[in-house]
Design a protein around this ligand. Structure first.
Ligand SMILES: Nc1nc2c(c(=O)[nH]1)N[C@H]1C(S)=C(S)[C@@H](COP(=O)(O)OP(=O)(O)OC[C@H]3O[C@@H](n4cnc5c(=O)[nH]c(N)nc54)[C@H](O)[C@@H]3O)O[C@H]1N2
Ligand SMILES: Nc1nc2c(c(=O)[nH]1)N[C@H]1C(S)=C(S)[C@@H](COP(=O)(O)OP(=O)(O)OC[C@H]3O[C@@H](n4cnc5c(=O)[nH]c(N)nc54)[C@H](O)[C@@H]3O)O[C@H]1N2
Ligand SMILES: [Mo]
Length: 794
């Protein structure tokens, strides 16, 4: 598959990333170009970021230790993350001796619970060199760690859906939604809350052999499937599907869904036979929607007021949904907001009122337009994996509560989660690899305060991200282009061999080898490695997986030489809960009633006003009300996923840079909102609220609903300017660090209220991509001791 370029000096080599398979042009052991895989029907342009990112000055080239940590010893330090902080380059022996000493000290003095190893983040594609799996295996081998639960992506789905559809129902919802082929054949109407953003489908966790989602949507449209996109952005759907755009006010999906249900109920269109046979609690909800319980009928006129969509449009949409085969999709963005459980549960309820759950190409789904693999088929046989062992520590936090945990350890840190009253553990050592919380978490200045609290922060990174710059010990990891691996995501088409394309940058090493050396220092090398090299692990993982398949598959050597093997047993699921629909008595759901719970006694029993026993419309308290009180009329900022990269990865790459304005992240504004603020395209603007401020470059577009601004995530956090929290445009200096509700405690980063104004004067330079000050360090230094004179022990 490798081929030479016309000059003959350079060679194209295969590469695999979360954004798909592609090829890098390698000359003299350097990546000098990239091009799509010729077999990919719709390659992601994100691949153009790879050459710049691979050899960028922000690559971590040597192990490094913060000077203040080395001088003062482990301890809280509010200068962690200071832009002018200095690091010392040290050799691997020194770095690993220091780290082993610190793991031992913390374990001995505070127990393994004091180690936070949640380490959330996407890292790179690859079944073996997967950062989190490697780190978790190491931490499990040395006695365990405080873990994190659920995801930033869809915590509300993960916590709510087991109550409503059961655990197996959750797995079906995430893994077996109707395949695009089934939709093209059976579905009349796809109604998607949260759009169907093509740039999001470019990424699938673990990569994907080919980009199939956009072509599949176009095929479905050609087959007569109609698409309706409820979203504040018009361009959240692919060009080729001719979607109808319903520009609803953000955060009003629940109201819209109730209005649609109101029409079904009042016009005799609700499927009462379905509700009787397959659900519990429909009557509770019916009375609520009709206004019998609270005096407010949730009719289209009521929802029109809230959402800005005409009542007639809603009425007509409800009738159309009932008239044919309808698939209702709730995109993940819609639940990544305060009260994100409600539109999800209301969506399931609306699909239940329609009575099409379990029918081919109909019913409920959550994830089209959020990830490339959704609708791309399922492969029940699993994938090769690195066993992570088991964690002897049972302490955990809901993942997005990390700053709260660090800020409120011990007795003061009480919180609620999914019916439990819990306390935050007292963390002394944070170990992070393959994630960038200073991109992904909300309220970054608060997170910076939180990162001042632990005694030691370890970050393993390929690049000097803002997170690496909050670490005391930074270890350089190889990138996916620098190591051999096996690649595939769940539901993928093929398993691929991904051989190394170039040598490691500087002193970067594979995390596996680093952890093996660390494990040796901690006396558990064999338990960690089981005596295998990384090459032997690849073979072992493949052969173990192959042994569990019914179909005959080639041995590892043959697979590696061929470069690919089709994943066996691919299926094209027809609907979520198809089995349940066929026979609810012998295949009951794993809920207390065995039915779809439109009312949940369990959740009602938790007593959460913001997530009661059935879905409810909750006026957006907090942000909106606070801003009304303060007399300002801020814009609602959509902080969605960036179309030019995956999160913060390769933000210095050519494709990402080309999308910037004056080197800053672009913020899109509606022409009326821009005019009201005297803004022109290309202006550098200050985006601010009570929590913080960032600079961004103005883009003006009528593809947004008026009153809404869009600033995607992903610009590297740059706290170097004195007068703004981030000079580069990371929206997470603005977002509020608050959970979806006490039920799921999920990320709410999608929405925040902001004001936008022209930036007066010369804007400060963007310094996000300048690596930190790095001095040549001592080698063979003594491990510092906590509490020694000069230290800052707590
Ligand atoms: N405001 C707002 N915030 C959000 C969201 C939102 O909608 N709005 N969405 C949230 C969501 S859904 C998510 S999933 C998160 C994503 O947040 P993250 O997953 O944390 O973001 P990434 O930028 O992908 O971080 C991965 C890091 O791993 C590093 N890396 C890559 N390969 C390797 C490797 O081999 N080894 C090591 N050690 N490191 C490696 C990269 O350099 C990068 O810094 O963001 C969340 N944040
Ligand atoms: N290119 C690229 N692709 C990615 C990622 C990336 O960083 N870059 N990240 C990946 C990850 S980790 C995840 S979790 C998924 C996330 O997938 P999603 O959560 O689906 O993605 P977002 O882009 O955050 O949001 C999609 C759209 O929802 C709309 N929206 C926002 N708020 C509302 C609302 O209140 N109501 C309605 N009806 N619509 C609303 C916005 O217009 C937005 O463009 O994407 C994945 N794909
Ligand atoms: Mo995500």
């Amino acid at each position: 598959m490798d081929g030479s370029d016309p000059e003959g000096a350079a060679t194209y080599r295969r590469a695999s990333a979360h954004w798909g398979d592609y090829q890098v042009l390698v000359a003299g052991d350097r990546v000098v170009g990239a091009r799509p895989d010729p077999d990919d029907p719709a390659p992601a342009p994100l691949l153009e970021n790879a050459p710049d990112a691979q050899h960028h000055p922000t690559r971590v080239a040597t192990p490094a230790v913060r000077r203040r940590w080395l001088d003062n010893g482990p301890g809280p330090d509010d200068r962690r993350g200071a832009p002018d902080d200095e690091y010392l380059a040290v050799d691997w022996e020194t770095a690993l001796d220091l780290l082993a000493g610190e793991f031992d000290r913390v374990r001995r003095e505070h127990g393994n619970t004091a180690v936070y190893g949640g380490s959330y983040g996407w890292a790179s594609a690859g079944r073996f060199h997967h950062s989190q799996s490697q780190l978790h295996r190491l931490l499990n081998t040395i006695g365990g760690y405080t873990a994190s639960r659920d995801t930033y992506s869809h915590a509300a789905i993960e916590v709510l859906v087991p109550h409503v559809l059961g655990r197996a129902g959750l797995a079906e919802l995430l893994e077996n939604p109707p395949a695009w082929e089934v939709i093209a054949e059976h579905t009349d109407l796809v109604v998607s809350f949260g759009g169907l953003r093509v740039s999001n489908t470019w990424n699938s966790a673990g990569g994907r052999a080919a980009q199939t989602a956009e072509p599949a949507m176009r095929t479905a449209a050609r087959n007569g499937v109609r698409f309706v996109s409820v979203s504040p952005l018009r361009d959240d759907t692919p060009d080729g599907v001719d979607a109808e755009w319903l520009p609803a006010a953000p955060g009003t999906d629940t109201a819209i869904m109730f209005a649609l249900a109101h029409v079904l109920l009042t016009e005799g269109l609700a499927d009462t036979a379905f509700l009787d046979r397959y659900t519990v609690g429909a009557d509770h909800l019916r009375r609520y929607v009709l206004g019998e319980t609270d005096g407010t009928p949730k009719d289209p006129e009521w929802a029109a007021e809230l959402s800005g969509l005409p009542a007639a449009t809603l009425r007509e949409l409800a009738r159309r949904m009932a008239a044919g085969r309808t698939l209702l999709n709730v995109g993940w963005s819609v639940q990544r907001t305060r009260h994100g459980e409600q539109p999800l549960w209301a969506g399931i309820a609306l699909a239940a009122f329609l009575g099409q759950i379990g029918l081919p190409g109909g019913g409920f789904a959550a994830g089209y337009g959020s990830t490339g693999r959704y609708g791309g088929g399922a492969t029940p046989g699993g994938l090769p994996r690195l066993p992570q062992g088991s964690n002897p520590v049972d302490e955990f936090i809901p993942v997005a509560r990390v700053a709260d945990m660090l800020l409120h350890p011990g007795p003061g840190g009480v919180y609620e989660y999914n019916g439990e009253l819990r306390r935050y553990p007292d963390i002394r050592l944070v170990a992070w690899s393959g994630g960038n919380p200073f991109h992904h978490h909300q309220d970054l200045e608060r997170l910076s305060c939180a990162f001042a609290r632990p005694e030691t922060v370890l970050v393993v990174e390929t690049h000097w991200t803002a997170t690496a710059r909050h670490a005391d010990i930074v270890l350089p990891s190889t990138t996916a282009l620098e190591r051999d691996d096996i690649v595939a995501s769940r539901g993928d088409l093929r398993l691929r061999a991904a051989p190394r394309a170039v040598s490691p940058h500087g002193q970067a090493r594979d995390e596996y080898d680093v952890y093996a050396d660390l494990a040796r220092r901690l006396g558990v090398r064999h338990a960690f490695t089981e005596g295998r090299t990384s090459g032997e692990w690849l073979r072992h993982m493949y052969e173990t997986w192959r042994g569990g398949q019914r179909a005959p598959l080639p041995g590892f050597g043959e697979f590696w030489a061929a470069g690919t093997v089709d994943l066996p047993g691919r299926v094209h699921p027809s609907a979520v809960l198809a089995e349940f629909r066929r026979d609810p008595d012998s295949v009951p759901l794993g809920t207390p009633s065995g039915r779809i719970e439109l009312y949940s006694e369990t959740i009602a029993g938790f007593g959460y006003a913001e997530c009661p026993g059935h879905p409810v419309w909750l006026p957006e308290e907090g942000e909106r009300l606070r801003s009304l009180e303060s007399g300002t009329s801020p814009l609602l900022l959509i902080a969605n996923q960036p179309g030019t990269k995956l999160h913060s990865q390769q933000d210095m790459g050519a494709y990402s840079r080309a999308g910037k304005i004056g080197e800053r992240a672009p913020i899109r504004l509606h022409p009326d909102d821009a005019a009201a603020r005297g803004l022109a395209p290309g202006d550098i603007v200050r985006v601010s609220n009570a929590r913080g401020s960032c600079l961004a470059g103005a883009e003006i577009s009528d593809a947004l609903r008026q009153g809404v601004a869009q600033l995607s995530t992903g610009a590297w956090y740059d706290p170097s300017a004195p007068d703004v929290s981030c000079a580069h445009g990371n929206p997470n200096v603005l977002t509020e660090d608050i959970g979806t509700s006490r039920l799921s405690q999920g990320c709410t980063g999608q929405h925040v209220r902001v004001e936008v104004e022209a930036y007066e004067g010369a804007p400060p330079p963007v310094r996000a991509f300048e690596p930190p000050r790095l001095a040549p360090g001592s080698t063979g230094g003594q491990a510092p001791v906590a509490g020694e004179p000069g230290g800052t022990p707590r």
